[in-house]
Design a protein around this ligand. Structure first.
Ligand SMILES: NC(=O)c1ccc[n+]([C@@H]2O[C@H](COP(=O)([O-])OP(=O)(O)OC[C@H]3O[C@@H](n4cnc5c(N)ncnc54)[C@H](OP(=O)(O)O)[C@@H]3O)[C@@H](O)[C@H]2O)c1
Length: 253
């Protein structure tokens, strides 16, 4: 057991039908947490993650389109009903959706990218707030290195949305701190998940690995480790911060 204090915590991980969310849900279960596994389009992935969770702990499977207020309100209410409260909210659901250059970008894509990556964080945080006040819980948002460096070609709108996730993290951290709620984020670099199978060529992934100081791309578990740290008592005096998990791809002073 890495973090004794996480045992018995009630954790909702959005977008845990795949990739980073799936690895995070499993890792929380290994700490003895009750885990809400959430999916939208990939039910089989959600079922697979729940089966992994149940090897170690308890959990439930929940469906919602994170762009939709009513569905997100119901997601939070259903998780609270199933788990008996909420201690940790991991706002992980997100996607590049497609690559579009600014010159060709459609209004529909812009709306979708911001709803999927930013509105989702706002809606879930807002719906969970009253419950998190009771537990003095915490929120971990998943941003991206793209929010700092503008992303790769065709990923600029997604990068802009992820920059907003960085700012919403700081703003909610300030607003929620008086309630004892911490809010932090993790900024992954290139992580080998379905995301890059969908949106990057094998050549680009290889090139990024070669350019990365630590000489490889990340794994979903690399990111999950940082999420667990930011959810545990080990980070009890940290709020409004981010941890970059990128092998040194993007460093700042
Ligand atoms: N992989 C990377 O290199 C990387 C880098 C930086 C940041 N990130 C961020 O990390 C997070 C996880 O990405 P990943 O790499 O694990 O990708 P992934 O394997 O494609 O997983 C994305 C997850 O988000 C969910 N999701 C997408 N749109 C949704 C919507 N409208 N409503 C509800 N759920 C939705 C998906 O659910 P369904 O499939 O069930 O619909 C899936 O569970 C995302 O926020 C992503 O932007 C990833």
């Amino acid at each position: 057991m890495k973090y004794e204090d996480l045992k018995g915590k009630k954790v909702l991980v959005t977008g845990s039908s795949s990739g980073i969310g799936a690895a995070t849900a499993k890792m929380f279960a290994q700490q003895g947490c009750c885990v809400g596994v959430h999916y939208f389009r990939t039910q089989a992935g959600g079922e697979k993650t729940l089966a992994e969770v149940k090897k170690f702990s308890d959990g439930c499977l929940l469906k919602a389109d994170m762009r939709d207020t009513k569905q997100v309100d119901k997601l939070i209410a259903d998780f609270v009903k199933c788990a008996g409260g909420i201690d940790i909210l991991v706002n992980n659901a997100g996607s590049l959706i497609a690559r579009q250059n600014f010159a060709d970008v459609t209004e529909e894509y812009y709306e979708d990218a911001f709803a999927t990556n930013v509105k989702s964080v706002l809606l879930a945080s807002k719906a969970a707030l009253e419950h998190l006040k009771k537990t003095k819980g915490c929120i971990v948002n998943i941003g991206s290195v793209a929010g700092h460096n503008g992303g790769a070609i065709g990923g600029g709108i997604y990068a802009s949305a992820k920059a907003a996730v960085a700012t919403i993290t700081i703003a909610t951290a300030k607003e929620f701190a008086p309630f004892g709620i911490r809010v932090n984020s993790v900024m992954p670099g290139l992580i080998e998940t379905r995301f890059h199978e969908q949106f990057s060529t094998p050549e680009r992934r290889k090139k990024v690995a070669a350019e990365t100081p630590l000489g490889r791309n990340g794994t979903a578990e690399d990111v999950a480790e940082a999420i667990l740290f930011l959810s545990s008592e080990a980070s009890s005096f940290i709020t409004g911060e981010y941890i970059a998990v990128n092998g040194g791809l993007y460093m700042r002073a």
